[in-house]
Design a protein around this ligand. Structure first.
Ligand code: AMP
Length: 439
């Protein structure tokens, strides 16, 4: 299956291929033709499945295919909002806005995002200039509605992204008030990580003859990857990492940190300690990344420190060691991270250096993968603060934790397929990160 065969126009195909995507993900395969045909959609799919491109690409194409009903006023520069995408958090809204901008790069459509926690004035100015696609969190959108700085009477497509999370956050009443302002005749797309009874009820009231799509979670690490947790005190993490690399004579190790700054600092420190290391993250330009990767592959550099985002486009065959220097904030990233090793059936080892304050994150990961990762103290690095994971409830880490995880029984996630598209497409991709920044 190719993007071409899904019926997308050349401008979108160009943007997609520039992102390095060689084939559509399962949700994209199913959602794109459905949305292009103008149908409503209910998709059970979470972050990491490619859902954003799955609804953004056909949405852009539909807007372009049908001229705006209010088109005659265009010469005055006024453009009505024709597609409204509601998202639970500002982080997600900003991400979706970036995706819309990326995939719509070669189309004459305008988009912006409005969300809380930032000054409303620039948002008002953006809205006044006119946008075709508006990404919004419900609360801030309602502020705009009340201030009459947005007009929703021309919305043709409504997208509810991470709808379960919006319900969890108590947005249902606001969402209903907003939806009441939209034209009745429109296309509705509902995306949700979990399809609970509440979501079904919402869908029933909202969707007309929807196409249903359910995409399996990304939850099972490859079996040929051994996983290990080394409990350690936070302030001894770096020392432990250096010890492991030297002691076990790792020649090629990919180390994950959460932040760009942390990646850079760690790489510098390791390098100064005589372990050839370099960092790859969103602040590095394409040349720097390419060079870092080439040095790593050739063995000139022994340790590559990366953030999650920067690591996504990395194409490294036969990577024997992956280290989680810090655990990721969302459990799925753990699966993605350790999926960098053990490719093509080769053996791989994934080691996580976990401090006591990360116990909840570890519990989330273990719940997702459906098994406990063995703990092993490294002699000389036994932590003073014990690592205790007693079925932590999670959900306390603000915007980053993904909905659905906590309700998910461990055994359910077992044995689900690892999405093959991720591997194949990543292997063909250049060393570029899609969003090219953050984390
Ligand atoms: P999402 O589920 O929308 O958050 O997307 C997860 C990640 O997959 C994002 O970093 C996308 O850039 C990436 N992605 C989306 N579609 C594809 C594709 N067809 N091939 C490879 N990566 C993709």
């Amino acid at each position: 299956m190719s993007f071409e065969s899904l019926g997308l126009r050349a401008e979108l195909l160009r943007a997609v291929s520039e992102q390095g995507y060689s084939e559509p993900t399962p949700i994209q395969e199913q959602a794109i033709p459905t949305i292009l045909a103008g149908r409503d959609l209910l998709a059970g799919a979470q972050t990491g499945t490619g859902k954003t491109a799955g609804f953004t690409l056909p949405l852009l194409q539909r807007l372009l295919a049908t001229p705006s009903a209010a088109g005659e006023t265009k010469e005055k520069g006024w453009r009505p909002v024709r597609a409204l995408i509601l998202a639970p958090t500002r982080e997600l809204a900003a991400q979706v806005r970036d995706s819309v901008a990326t995939y719509g790069r070669y189309l004459p459509l305008r988009s912006t995002a409005v969300f809380g926690g930032v000054n409303i004035k620039p948002q008002i100015q953006n809205l006044r200039r006119g946008v075709d696609i508006l990404v919004a969190t419900p609360g801030r959108l309602e502020d705009h509605v009340q201030q009459r700085t947005v007009d929703l009477r021309n919305v043709e497509i409504l997208v509810l992204d991470e709808a379960d999370r919006m319900l969890d956050m108590g947005f249902l009443p606001v969402m209903k008030r907003i939806m009441a302002l939209l034209p009745k005749q429109r296309q509705n797309l509902l995306l949700s990580a979990t399809v609970s009874n509440e979501i079904r009820t919402l869908a029933q009231g909202l969707l007309r003859d929807p196409q249903l799509i359910q995409i399996a979670r990304i939850s099972s690490p490859a079996e040929n990857v051994t996983q290990l947790v080394h409990p350690v005190d936070k302030d001894r993490r770096r020392e432990l990492l250096a010890h492991l690399i030297t002691e076990q004579n790792w020649r090629q190790v990919l180390v994950f940190t959460r932040m760009k700054f942390g990646a850079e600092k760690l790489a510098n420190q390791l390098d100064r300690a005589g372990l050839q290391a370099t960092a790859i993250h969103g602040n590095k330009n394409q040349n720097q990344r390419t060079r870092a990767l080439a040095d790593f592959k050739s063995g000139r550099v022994r340790v590559l420190v990366a953030t999650d985002v920067a690591s996504r486009g990395l194409d490294i065959e036969q990577l024997p060691h992956v280290v989680n220097y810090e655990l990721p904030l969302d459990a799925e990233s753990y699966v993605h991270r350790i999926g960098r090793t053990g490719r093509a059936g080769l053996k791989g080892a994934a080691v996580s250096l976990v401090s006591a304050d990360e116990a909840d994150l570890l519990a989330d990961i273990e719940r997702l993968i459906g098994s406990e990762i063995p703990r092993r103290n490294v002699p000389g690095f036994e932590p003073l603060a014990a690592l205790v994971t007693t079925g932590a409830k999670g959900g306390s880490r603000g915007g980053k934790s993904r909905p659905g995880h906590h309700a998910h029984a461990p055994h359910k996630s077992r044995g689900e397929q690892k999405p093959h598209w991720h591997r194949r497409s990543e292997q063909k991709r250049g060393g570029r990160s899609r969003r090219g920044n953050s984390r």
